[in-house]
Design a protein around this ligand. Structure first.
Ligand SMILES: Nc1ncnc2c1ncn2[C@@H]1O[C@H](COP(=O)(O)OP(=O)(O)O)[C@@H](O)[C@H]1O
Ligand SMILES: [Mg+2]
Length: 336
């Protein structure tokens, strides 16, 4: 987060009376001061935030939470705390998937009632499906709907640098998580299956994955943990068993593709000639993220040509650009 974002977050949390997110932003600011080696300022701020010394414990607002964990070798932060304000309806997915997410939300809200029946809300959830279908987006939406900050962890980043360090890094990530209530996303969980050919690397990764699964098993606290992957087929059964729920993101069918077109074009006036049914048919196999990209391109084409409404032609140009881009990506441009 930039300094101005942190300050905005402080203001927002003050006006929403959200102590938790105030503390998170304040901590983030203190960490920045420390990184700049402004140690005295950091100490002063810490003292101010936690009232250390002046007040009896009962009157202290925050209990001291942990600083953001960092990689011991390179010092980069192992996780990022993010705040979102997104609407559940902006996620356009099949009814089944939507209901599944709704149930996760409701169980979390009713977790104390469930507990009286000795039942546990769905706490560890695997998100899978093709890229651009809304896995990361869903975690952001749940964070918004429940007003709980998202802890974002690039699983591959933790693992790739120093495999030997990884178990320690993961331990510190889990310690941090267990000290608060968060929506946690271990994104790009795919690394688990990636290095299969390299036998040495693969053995190392297996070890890391096992320690991850163990930490997941012993997880304390009241967070929801998501892990997202584009390659669910390569995860072995041991991994599946660890999750309370698996949410699968289909590529959108024609009806949903149309809704996505409508949604992402709604900020601009449309000429009558625009036939979204046609584009919904044409866009078979595309992900919501692909369609979003096309609509944004189309709107930009209209705008830079000083038009105040979008036409069939604008969308067509955008679609063709997208097709060309896919060809480049798939090495189908025909050059030798
Ligand atoms: N089902 C969806 N409904 C609406 N927008 C979506 C959907 N899926 C993806 N998007 C858009 O595409 C962007 C990228 O999607 P993302 O959630 O990162 O995909 P992934 O499944 O690869 O994690 C999102 O931020 C969102 O703007
Ligand atoms: Mg993602």
């Amino acid at each position: 987060m930039t300094t101005s974002k942190i300050i905005k977050q402080l203001f927002l949390s003050f006006s929403k009376k959200d102590d938790k997110s105030f503390e998170v932003a304040a901590r983030e600011y203190i960490e920045r001061e420390k990184r700049k080696k402004h140690n005295i300022v950091a100490k002063e701020l810490e003292k101010a935030l936690y009232n250390t010394g002046d007040l009896p414990t009962s009157q202290k607002r925050f209990k001291n939470s942990l600083p953001i964990p960092r990689d011991t070798e390179k010092g980069f932060p192992l996780l990022e705390i993010q705040h979102f304000n997104k609407n559940f309806d902006s996620l356009i997915i099949s009814e089944e998937t939507k209901e599944q997410l709704e149930q996760i939300i409701r169980e979390f809200k009713d977790s104390d009632i469930l507990a009286t029946y000795n039942l546990q809300y769905k706490k560890k959830i695997l998100l899978c499906g093709k890229p651009g279908t809304g896995k990361t987006f869903s975690a952001q939406i749940l964070s918004s709907v429940l007003s709980i900050p998202l802890i974002y962890i690039r699983f591959d980043a933790i693992i790739s640098s120093y495999l030997g360090e990884t178990a320690g890094n993961l331990r510190r990530v889990f310690d941090f998580i267990e000290h608060g209530t968060w929506i946690v996303l271990f994104d790009e969980f795919d690394i688990i299956g990636k290095n299969r050919d390299d036998r040495h690397e693969h053995g190392e990764i297996k070890r890391v994955v096992n320690s991850f699964l163990q930490m997941l098993d012993n997880l304390k606290g009241d967070s929801i943990i998501f892990a997202a992957t584009n390659h669910q087929n390569i995860l072995d059964p041991a991994i599946w068993r660890r999750f309370d729920d698996v949410v699968y993101y289909n590529l959108p069918d024609e009806k949903i593709r149309q809704q996505i077109f409508e949604n992402y074009l709604k900020s601009m006036k449309r000429k009558n000639d625009i036939d979204l049914v046609k584009f919904s048919k044409l866009s078979k196999g595309l992900s919501p993220a692909d369609i979003k990209m096309i609509t944004e391109e189309a709107m930009k084409i209209a705008i830079i040509n000083s038009k105040n409404s979008i036409s069939m032609n604008d969308v067509e140009i955008a679609v063709n650009k997208f097709i060309r881009r896919e060809k480049v990506k798939n090495n189908e441009m025909g050059d030798r």
